[in-house]
Write a protein that binds this ligand. Structure first.
Ligand code: FEO
Length: 163
């Protein structure tokens, strides 16, 4: 049986992952509308991954006899100044998620909830990969700057995700 504190924390984690999925869906729609088809696809795949993270957490909560109390999701921002702005905001968001996951892991340690600690280790590692992937995109977009040919090449490359 899961403790009250971890139940509440894991419910917030489900909420945070769904909020990430919703944010990336909005970003994907923005990219699609601006003809950044590849980045739109990349973000759509990322949105799906975030929803999978939410379900993974929910399944763990339920397997431990916890109760699902899903919170409200705010409308995501939908206006961006350009594709670099989109990915800088993805990075900013992922860094917040990383801090959230670390707090969650700390709570599991304080509660001596070993099953939650082991479960959350996957998320700690996942965040390292996610941040690295987004840093790469931001760096490359900054590198190409205002050169449309190079930016379109990146769009095509990142659009291969999940194919
Ligand atoms: Fe599931 Fe990108 O955090």
């Amino acid at each position: 049986m899961i403790g009250q504190r971890m139940q509440e924390a894991l419910n917030r984690h489900v909420q945070a992952e769904v909020a990430s999925s919703y944010l990336y869906l909005a970003m994907s729609a923005w990219c699609e509308a601006k003809a950044w088809k590849g980045f739109a696809r990349w973000l759509r795949v990322q949105s799906d991954e975030e929803l999978a993270h939410a379900k993974r957490t929910l399944d763990f909560l339920l397997a431990r006899g916890g109760e699902a109390r899903l919170g409200a999701i705010d409308a995501p921002g939908a206006s961006f100044t350009g594709v670099i702005d989109v990915f800088e905001k993805v990075l900013e968001h992922e860094r917040k998620v990383t801090a959230f996951v670390h707090d969650l892991y700390g709570a599991a340690q304080q509660e001596k909830d070993r099953a939650a600690e082991v479960f959350l280790q996957w998320f700690v590692s996942e965040q390292v990969e996610e941040e690295a992937r987004v840093v790469e995109i931001v760096d490359r977009l900054r590198m190409v700057g205002e050169r449309p040919g190079a930016a379109l090449y990146l769009d095509k490359e990142y659009g291969k995700r999940g194919k």
